[in-house]
Design a protein around this ligand. Structure first.
Ligand code: 5GP
Length: 165
């Protein structure tokens, strides 16, 4: 399984067009989830030619062999998002536990709206149901690396997404 550079480029452009249409005149805050979403975020915002702001949040799951659902805030946003239109930019939604945590944490800050864009959705792996408003690619049960996604800290710099052999 590979998502080529060309496929990434054209899908990111499509997502950018949809977001541009939905957020014109709303001056959204795009919240990138570190580290995995940093390349996607960089490409996505250049495909959204409207006034917007960016911020980042870093989360980590308590490491273990299975997802425990325990998510920890490693680094918080630097701007308040109360009354703002917030669009979360996520790398991969797998079990959904991370996104469920993040949605709860951000909703508590009373944004005017809260939506989620993820590049890769592993829908069949879901353990908790979470709403995702913009999805780049839906893939099966494979571990992927590249385009910001790592395996033990490596491979983020691949310009495409590939299944880890
Ligand atoms: P969830 O909480 O939805 O199970 O996991 C979400 C996080 O796990 C993602 O944000 C991502 O960091 C990591 N993750 C899940 N699947 C993959 C994968 O196939 N490759 C990589 N590199 N990370 C993954």
């Amino acid at each position: 399984m590979v998502i080529t550079e060309e496929a990434l480029r054209s899908r990111v452009a499509e997502l950018g067009r949809a977001i541009t249409r939905d957020y014109a005149d709303r001056r959204p805050v795009l919240v990138g989830v570190l580290q995995g979403a940093f390349l996607f975020m960089a490409d996505l915002i250049r495909a959204i030619p409207i006034e917007l702001q960016t911020d980042f949040i870093a989360l980590a799951s308590y490491a273990g062999t299975r997802p425990s659902g325990a998510v920890r805030l490693v680094s918080d946003l630097s701007v308040p998002v109360e009354d703002r239109h917030v669009l979360v930019v996520e790398d991969i939604v797998d079990t959904g536990l991370t996104l469920a945590y993040l949605r709860r944490a951000l909703e508590a800050r009373r944004p005017r709206s809260l939506r989620v864009c993820c590049l890769v959705d592993k829908a069949e792996r879901r353990e908790v149901s979470v709403e995702i408003d913009y999805v780049g690619f839906t893939i099966g049960n494979v571990y992927v690396v590249g385009y910001g996604f790592d395996w033990q800290g490596l491979y983020r710099n691949l310009p495409y997404v590939a299944a880890l052999e």
